[in-house]
Design a protein around this ligand. Sequence first.
Ligand code: SF4
Length: 327
Amino acid sequence: MAAEPLLEVKNLIKHFPITRGIIIAKKVGAVQAVDGISFHIDKGETLGLVGESGCGKSTTGRLILRLIEATSGEIRFAGRNILDLKPDQMRELRRDMQIIFQDPYASLNPRMTVGDIVGEPMEIHGIARGAEKEKRVRELLSVVGLASHHARRYPHEFSGGQRQRIGVARALAVNPKIIVCDEPVSALDVSIQAQVINLLQDLQKEFGLTYLFIAHDLSVVKHISNRVAVMYLGKLVELAEKDTLYETPLHPYTKALLSAIPIPDPALQRERIILEGDVPSPINPPTGCRFHTRCPYVMDICKQEDPAYVDVGDKHFVACHLVKSNK
Ligand code: SF4
């Protein structure tokens, strides 16, 4: 029997209500940020989650940590639906689930020293105090490639890449099982991006970590992911093993995202698929397939019927009327 996944998300929905009226607020609509997505992540695995800005990928990461509350659905972590947990049970579980944010500067308190930033979660969760905590802070700084004397400095004294290393050390301080990496390298120079990704991979091997790695383009997640999920306007449109997704993508949106990745060899050429227009508003998404307003292969049925998210075999899932299930 296959082992239970570490994290399982079932039919997760997050609609942010839009209200009008000052004295009596009346709901007049909803932003359909996440609209019925399902996936799992196995222990020790990295699932890449990719899509354009506003597709709901960061909202998904925050829902998993319950930094925002879901409208409905299930988030099972180590066998328990965390949406059923009371605040004190959730506080305990937060130790196991950490997040690394996109902007390492904004996510670090500028008035705290690095030692206090990395040590604070240990105090909050009763893991270590005093000299023991300081020793552990020094160890963690060394693990992420910083020096122990950096503990006395403040975030503004560091470069973007170093600040992200501080963010990683803070996440590791509580020995988490899963880390949501929310665009952790998007704000960094390309040369520094590779260093931070390599660091995350090394830490994964050393500590058996599991990652949900969120990014807005497919080139960033290629190196680190085991499987990759592609999201468009609140829905998953394709999910597959990394090699399958990059070599034989089936969804037109995935193909368009892949065509935008530059090929380093000038002798090789790839036809660029240019998507017309912007991502439509999640307040009033298109009927049928949400991608139909930009899809080069749109058919009549696409405007009326939402394509089912089907299993095409070999752990490959696609939501497109051009693709038939083989189950
Ligand atoms: Fe394009 Fe239709 Fe497939 Fe949507 S369902 S991706 S519009 S072909």
